[in-house]
Design a protein. Structure first.
Lengths: 305, 308
């Protein structure tokens, strides 16, 4: 069923039967959402992510105190009705800080994701579709980038750009380009040999048009799955960079920065690190669940990803 | 087999040269004059600047600096630290071994956790046990290492008082950082072991083994397990890279005196030669480990080494 819709989506540039296709596509999209919501882990994931997105959007309404309001009389109090998540060493309300921290986390995650997806997809598309020396060169470079284990590539980039939240975000984005490029290239290679691409070529559709109108829509499923699974990695990496002092700095309510503060009070005030830690956990868990669901619904063949 | 191994070893040379080139370029790409950055805010004379330039080799033309760096790196000479003026290789010293110990210990413990939980889940597929393992492993791989580390610190060192909060670089000190990395690692591997084992258990030769009247234990040990391990081994190399990266964070949580701790300190001090040295060492290790894993893979699955 879904394959049929995909095929029609590809035929669209060739045939001006727009209305019929559009109706069917909407039906397909609706069906997709329904299937996703019926998928148990995807629906739990969407629920968790909605909590965080809601917290980020409505932070000024939800947070009971300004993030930097000091209250000298109430330093390091545990959870009370007045301060749900307790207060920190300066008497700032942890609940408000964690709530506002969600804005930073989502900004970082989404920005890094956009950088990685945009450049990774472009490199992967061009490399996979045109092949030849462009492909060889691009993939050798990608291999080289992938030789830097884990956060080390981001560290090297932060060294060049200098520390800070914006540079840290860019570094995380750039360091994930190779992974995206590799997967997209693989997907392009398998799409490239399909009959509909050969047909488009045979009737003389220009390469660039084939690439963006026919190949790109068909590499969307792995791209979406990869993006969902990359998102939590970006949030974790950003927390890591802040933790080692290369991301956002105090007094920002960034979750990673809050964890640094919390470590100084590991003995007496565990709420200082438990609430920001749990917040990161909710985002990561939510996107992992959604990613698993998307993978099952979009394309069961991607299970290995 | 030997030829297979040697060929892999030879491929490493250009890869390593490219790595060194990239890491050399890192310093060239850094905006601003490194001497200015270093002396920022300090009174200095032109002689001081000239001396520093000569010490760091920055007075030579760029191609000479480049060849000097490559030849030096090949001999283990990674330049001198800007802050301590000691050779980078001495700054690294036994920190490299410390990081490797942490990464290997975490890999072994993580693999153990992954094998036990993954196998149990596969054997009781579709039951409550399987669901429980899946949920637990999903929680495990979603845990931020920093939070997990602080939770362990709070539980094992503060509440239970089993381990010291501040370690001395010895074996007890190794326990908490290893646990932190291994729990997340085990969660990743458990999912992988489970799906790999399930795939193998569906194969015809497993059915054949059962129909020969072999006991379940024998089928699992002799036929299923060995084959299920092949894909698991292939990702171990990649996982090792993740552990080296994770060590950067975890070493800083527990003050484990490893490479990651040094790298972070060096970035804070803008000590570029030390940063370059640690990054190069981490990348080289990762590349070599992956080569070894590839070789191991060839040993486990003779089809691979014969094909190449």
């Amino acid at each position: 069923m879904s394959e049929q819709i995909l095929v029609e989506g590809v035929e669209r540039p060739a045939q001006p039967g727009e209305t019929v296709v559009a109706v069917k596509k909407r039906k397909g999209a609706l069906g997709f959402v329904v299937r996703l919501l019926r998928h148990r882990s995807a629906s739990v994931g969407i629920f968790l992510l909605l909590i965080v997105i809601g917290a980020a959007i409505f932070a000024p309404l939800i947070a009971p105190y300004p993030i930097d309001k000091l209250s000298t009389g109430k330093r390091l109090t545990g959870s009370t009705w007045e301060h749900l998540f307790g207060t920190d060493q300066l008497g700032r309300d942890m609940f408000s800080r964690v709530i506002f921290g969600s804005q930073i986390a989502l900004q970082v995650g989404i920005t890094a994701l956009l950088i990685a997806v945009t450049f990774g997809t472009l490199i992967g598309l061009v490399s996979g579709y045109y092949g030849g020396w462009v492909d060889t060169l691009a993939m050798r470079f990608v291999d080289l980038m992938l030789a830097f284990p884990g956060i080390f590539l981001a560290l090297a980039i932060v060294t060049i750009l200098g520390p800070g939240l914006v540079n840290g975000t860019i570094a995380i984005g750039i360091s994930s380009i190779p992974g995206f490029a590799r997967v997209i290239r693989g997907a392009v290679l398998s799409v490239k040999s399909q009959d509909y691409i050969l047909a488009a070529r045979a009737v003389g559709v220009p390469n660039r048009r084939i690439l963006f109108r026919s190949v790109f829509p068909n590499v969307m499923p792995p791209l979406i799955v990869l993006a969902t699974l990359f998102f939590p990695g970006a949030i974790l990496a950003a927390a890591g960079l802040s933790y080692i002092g290369l991301g956002s700095l105090p007094p920002s309510p960034d979750w990673g920065t809050l964890l640094v503060d919390g470590q100084s009070y590991v003995r007496d005030a565990p709420w200082l690190f438990n609430f920001p830690g749990a917040a990161i956990f909710i985002v990561v868990m939510g996107s992992n669940l959604l990613g698993n669901g998307l993978r099952d619904v979009l394309d069961p063949r991607l299970r290995g990803l | 087999m030997l030829i297979f191994f040697l060929r892999r070893l030879l491929i490493l040379i250009p890869v390593w040269l490219a790595l060194v080139t990239l890491i050399f370029l890192m310093r060239v790409l850094i905006p601003g004059d490194p001497i200015d950055t270093l002396l920022f805010g300090q009174p200095h004379t032109p002689e001081v600047v000239a001396n520093l330039k000569a010490e760091m080799g920055l007075d030579k033309p760029i191609y000479e600096q480049y060849f000097g760096y490559v030849v030096g790196a090949a001999h283990g000479d990674l330049g001198k630290s800007i802050t301590t003026h000691r050779p980078v290789i001495d700054e690294i010293g036994d920190r490299y071994v410390k990081t490797l110990t942490l990464a290997v210990a975490s890999l072994v413990l993580g693999l153990l956790l992954g094998l036990v939980f993954g196998t149990v889940a596969a054997m009781y597929k579709g039951t409550f046990i399987d669901t429980a393992v899946t949920v637990v492993s999903l929680i495990g791989l979603s845990l931020p290492q920093i939070w997990l580390g602080l939770l362990l610190l709070n539980l094992l060192a503060v509440t239970l008082n089993w381990l010291p909060v501040v370690g001395k670089g010895d074996l007890p000190h190794l326990i908490m950082p290893t646990l932190t990395l291994a729990i997340v690692e085990g969660a990743v591997l458990a999912r992988f072991v489970r799906s790999s084992l399930l795939e193998v258990l569906n194969q015809d030769y497993i059915r054949t083994a059962y129909s020969k009247g072999l006991r379940r234990q024998v089928v699992l040990n002799r036929h299923a397990f060995k084959n299920a391990m092949i894909p698991v081994v292939t990702i171990l190399g990649l996982q090792f890279g993740g552990l080296l990266g994770g060590a950067v964070i975890v070493e800083n949580i527990f003050a484990w005196p490893g490479l990651g701790q040094l790298a972070v300190k060096a970035i804070g001090q803008r000590d570029y030669p030390v940063i370059q040295g640690t990054v190069l060492l981490a990348a080289t290790t990762y590349v070599v480990v992956n080569m070894l894993v590839d070789t191991l893979y060839g040993l486990l699955d003779p089809r691979i080494s014969k094909a190449s």
